[in-house]
Each structure stands twice: as structure tokens, then as C-alpha cells.
Design a binder for this molecule. Structure first.
Ligand code: ADP
Ligand code: MG
Length: 267
């Protein structure tokens, strides 16, 4: 594009998988950090009531009076909730436990599936990427994320049941596409927690590539203890230990995503 970056709408990617513990939050934090390190201006929206992305980025629970919950119920604009993190160019709109009740609170509103989209549209040109960390469920929060997103990024853990639930997720994406958000696509599948010492991990990679073809990113995120330690310090792994294999994998994933974006934009 010939427009200056500040005048273009952000690319909105939702990290979704209704299974818990597959690496959605870890990927939101560390892909966000890696994109910011490359020079992108990144906003993470924490849409999980657990608030692990907020905690992992060092946002104190007492500093979350303005949150994605207050955006969805209409108390604050998204801009009012945004906080800087210790990572330059990486900001976050944090979440609170209130978010678990929001579904009932907005259930009867006609625009209940569009609340997040409207909020994201109000942002202007301050960010080049918005990453939405979804809860482990295909509930109204995830539907809001899919309605607000340009594309879905699906973390899949390299374990025996990796593909279980993927058909349901794809079906939901198709439903949102026909009813709420015609531009929605699946950006890619990122295999996480790969264990090179385990034959099963390699088998899962083969199966997922067979099933999803080139939707699967080349980059595979290894299981790495540094990745799991970093959140307890309120830091992304790239700040905790830049040289570890986990940090290096997230940097490669960020480059691959930017590359895929260039191809999509040129098309
Ligand atoms: P989700 O958001 O999908 O529930 P998380 O990102 O919270 O999943 O990851 C689940 C658990 O696995 C967390 O304890 C996290 O620290 C750990 N984890 C995620 N990715 C890795 C990795 N590459 N190596 C080691 N541990 C990981
Ligand atoms: Mg999570």
C-alpha cells in the first residue's frame, strides 16, 4: 500500500480454539511481542475471563478497572482501556473475571455479536496488528472475536487429540462467515508444544499437515520450559530469555505471518 501505515486499519487476528491449554494465550503474548520487536504496533485484546494474557504481560489485577468487559457492556471505549506493557509498541486491553458474565448481560442486545467489532473499528490507525486472545469455548465472546477479526489463527497442541474439535471450530468459522462476517478466513494453524523426543509429536505434525495442507505454518513452536516460566515473571519469553528456542520460534512465526500478509495483500 502507498498509504502511510498510520492511515490503514489494523489486521485483526483472533487466536481461537475451544480447547484449553493449547497455547492460545502463550501465542498471543509471544507472537505479539515478536511482531512488536520487528516494528509492528500491536494491541492484544484479552477476551478470556481468566486474564492470563493480562497477567503474563505484567498487568496487576487491581489495575484493570477499565477492561474488555467494560468495553463490551458499553461503559468505556476500547481506547480508554488500553495500557502499555514493558514491551515497546505492545499494548493490551486487559480482562477481568466479570467477562464470564457478559454473555448473559448482553444476550438480549440486538448488536451482541458486533460489540467488539464496533470497538475495534473505533481504534483508528494506531495499530498494525490486533491480536484477540479468546476463551476456551465457542461462546458469545469467541463469536464477538470472530466477528471483529479478519482472520483466525488456530494454535494446535502436538498431542494425540490435536485434531479433535478442529472440525467443529472450522464449522463455527463457516457459520460466522455466512451470518456475521463475510471476510473471515483461517489465517493459519500453529502447532505448539512440539516435543522432538516424542514420536507422537512428529506423527501429529504429519496428520495435521495432511488434513490442513498449507494452512499449517512452517514454524512449529517447541515445548520449552523457558516459555512456561516467563508468565510468572509477568514477561513474554522474548524478554525473559531471547536466545531460547521458544523465543526464536516465535520470532520465526512473526516473520512468517508478515510474509503471508504480504501475499494476501498483493492478491
Ligand atoms: P490456552 O490459552 O490455549 O489455554 P496457554 O497458552 O495458557 O493455553 O498454555 C497452556 C499451558 O502450556 C501454560 O501453562 C503454558 O505456559 C504452557 N505452554 C504453552 N506453550 C508452551 C511451550 N511452547 N512450551 C512449554 N510450555 C508451554
Ligand atoms: Mg488462554
Amino acid at each position: 500500500s502507498l498509504l502511510p501505515a498510520s492511515h490503514t486499519a489494523p489486521r485483526v487476528l483472533a487466536l481461537a480454539n475451544q480447547k484449553g491449554g493449547v497455547g492460545k494465550t502463550t501465542t498471543a503474548i509471544n507472537l505479539g511481542t515478536a511482531l512488536a520487536a520487528i516494528g509492528e504496533r500491536v494491541l492484544i485484546l484479552d477476551l478470556d475471563p481468566q486474564g492470563n494474557a493480562s497477567t503474563g504481560l505484567g498487568i496487576d489485577r487491581r489495575a484493570r478497572a477499565k477492561s474488555t468487559y467494560s468495553v463490551l457492556v458499553g461503559d468505556h471505549s476500547l481506547a480508554e482501556t488500553i495500557q502499555e506493557t514493558s514491551v515497546p509498541r505492545l499494548s493490551i486491553s486487559p480482562s477481568t473475571m466479570d467477562l464470564s458474565g457478559v454473555e448473559l448481560e448482553i444476550a438480549s442486545a440486538r448488536d451482541r455479536a458486533y460489540r467488539l467489532r464496533r470497538a475495534v473499528e473505533s481504534l483508528g490507525g494506531d495499530y498494525s496488528y490486533v491480536l484477540i486472545d479468546c476463551p476456551p469455548s465457542l461462546n458469545l465472546l469467541t463469536i464477538n472475536a470472530m466477528t471483529a477479526a479478519d482472520a483466525i489463527l488456530v494454535p494446535l497442541q502436538c498431542e494425540f487429540f490435536a485434531l479433535e474439535g478442529l472440525s467443529q471450530l472450522i464449522k463455527t468459522v463457516e457459520q460466522v462467515k455466512t451470518t456475521l462476517n463475510p471476510r473471515l478466513t483461517i489465517h493459519g494453524i500453529v502447532l505448539t508444544m512440539y516435543d522432538a523426543r516424542n514420536n507422537l509429536s512428529a506423527q501429529v505434525v504429519d496428520d495435521v499437515r495432511q488434513f490442513m495442507g498449507d494452512k499449517v505454518y512452517q514454524t512449529i513452536i517447541p515445548r520449552n520450559v523457558r516459555v512456561s516460566e516467563a508468565p510468572s515473571y509477568g514477561k513474554p519469553v522474548l524478554l525473559y530469555d531471547l536466545k531460547c528456542v521458544g523465543s526464536q520460534a516465535y520470532l520465526r512465526l512473526a516473520s512468517e505471518i508478515i510474509q503471508r500478509e504480504r501475499v494476501l495483500r498483493a492478491a
